[in-house]
Write a protein that binds this ligand. Structure first.
Ligand SMILES: [Zn+2]
Length: 381
């Protein structure tokens, strides 16, 4: 009996000791359950599989792709209705994809030949259909719509023009992503000395036709943003990636408003990371919190490119340097400088989970088919 009583006492003691773990956990226990936030380091750069979803490869020279391979990047080469004829751009892309099927995919585009005639729409649908059959996973629309194209009566043609609706619906029906570069960075509407970024000063001094400050008769910055927003309102199911931070590179609050308003919109960061960096000089926390909040909608990209005239060694060296600098900005908290402005700023030190999204998962989510395994080549009319 005494033995039995001892057993009961020991059992009761055990129950008492174990009881706290059977009830709701204390805050101390909660902190023990949550794993610490993991971060990458600057030296992890080449170990992590990444994408750059905005490059322009217009030569069959493969050294740019080989450098991307060394940097552990897969690429989306983007055809643009500018420079080399779009048919040739597509041919180059297809040749390179055959050579590097696990490294490269392509975005097609369409031209504006025969705009304003009955020929334009069937010709455009036919070109896109053929491109999708050949494996294009996105369609790029460039800033010439909104900045160059005019009707015969001299009226500017903007992207919310009803004549684009059939084309945009065709893209949507085929589960293809629309990549859109509309307008310019806001700096284009400022005098050169007021621009915030050296890269913009250089670009607009070399391309005065796009320096909108010199052309007050052209559509305004707000006209460009409004036309894009109207187009998205008309096509809410169209999957849209706004190039260059959606031309809202100058203010993360303005970009946040559009990402809230348009759930089917993401943005690539191509050639606009210095604009995030310059904002972080004044308000690091705001830029950091924006990246965390919109971690599913931001896609790493550079806008680097090569054509037959490129000095490949220099381009590849520069591309590698920029990629390393971007990585350092996103993953570390180091004090940094970039050639675009004189102030120093701190890296954002984003958690590993966020880095994996902006460099990898988001590219796969917003560009179905960017991995060979998912690729579908069934065209819907
Ligand atoms: Zn580009």
């Amino acid at each position: 009996m005494k033995n039995c009583l001892n057993v009961i006492i020991v059992w009761l003691l055990k129950v008492y000791i174990l009881l706290p773990s059977c009830t709701s956990p204390t805050s101390k226990q909660v902190t023990e359950i949550i794993p610490p936030i993991a971060y990458y380091s600057a030296t992890d750069f080449s170990k992590v599989e990444k994408y750059d979803t905005h490059v322009h490869i217009n030569t069959d020279d493969s050294s740019f792709i080989n450098q991307a391979k060394k940097d552990n990047l897969r690429l989306l080469t983007v055809n643009v209705n500018s420079g080399m004829p779009i048919e040739e751009q597509r041919t180059v892309a297809l040749k390179l994809i055959q050579e590097f099927p696990d490294r490269l995919q392509f975005a097609t585009t369409f031209n504006l030949k025969n705009w304003g005639t009955k020929k334009w729409l069937p010709q455009t649908i036919a070109y896109l259909k053929a491109s999708f059959e050949k494996g294009a996973i996105a369609v790029k629309i460039w800033k010439n719509i909104g900045m160059e194209l005019k009707d015969a009566n001299g009226k500017w043609v903007m992207i919310d023009d009803a004549r684009f609706d059939t084309v945009l619906s065709f893209i949507e029906k085929n589960n293809i992503t629309l990549l859109g570069h509309f307008g310019e960075p806001k700096n284009a509407w400022l005098a050169t000395e007021q621009m915030t970024i050296a890269g913009d000063k250089e670009y607009f001094s070399k391309h005065p036709q796009y320096h909108q400050f010199l052309h007050p008769e052209n559509p305004s910055y707000q006209d460009q943003i409004n036309a894009r927003d109207n187009m998205l309102k008309k096509h809410p199911r169209l999957r849209f990636v706004g190039d260059h931070l959606g031309s809202l590179e100058w203010n993360v609050d303005e970009l946040a408003k559009r990402l809230d308003q348009f759930p089917n919109m993401a943005v690539d960061m191509a050639a606009r990371i210095p604009h995030l960096q310059v904002q972080s000089v004044k308000n690091w926390q705001k830029v950091h919190d924006f990246m965390i909040k919109y971690q599913d909608r931001l896609i790493y990209a550079t806008d680097h490119g090569v054509d037959a005239k490129s000095k490949f060694f220099e381009v590849n060296k520069e591309a590698h340097t920029v990629r390393m600098s971007d990585w350092k900005f996103f993953v570390t908290s180091e004090v940094m400088t970039v050639p675009d402005f004189s102030e120093t700023f701190e890296g954002l030190k984003l958690p590993k989970e966020v880095i994996d999204k902006i460099y990898h998962t988001n590219a796969e989510k917003w560009f179905p088919g960017i991995t060979m395994a998912e690729k579908k080549i069934t065209v819907n009319l």
